[in-house]
Design a protein. Sequence first.
Length: 74
Amino acid sequence: MPDRSPTTYDVTLCVEDLRSALALHGITLPSLRVDLAGFAGTYAPPAGLVTLGNCNVTTARALAAVLRKAGTEC
């Protein structure tokens, strides 16, 4: 059975995609990055985690508003 666990490259592409999508709405998460500790652990397969990081209340509210709007458009 092939290994389908995400590589560091896969997760990096995911982070860049998320960063670009958030930028379309004027949202920046300063700590958005690949969580390298997720690859260092003993997870089988590696978790491939994304660190969303810290953001201020204004950014969190903007993100919530965009998600709410997207949810009503489905």
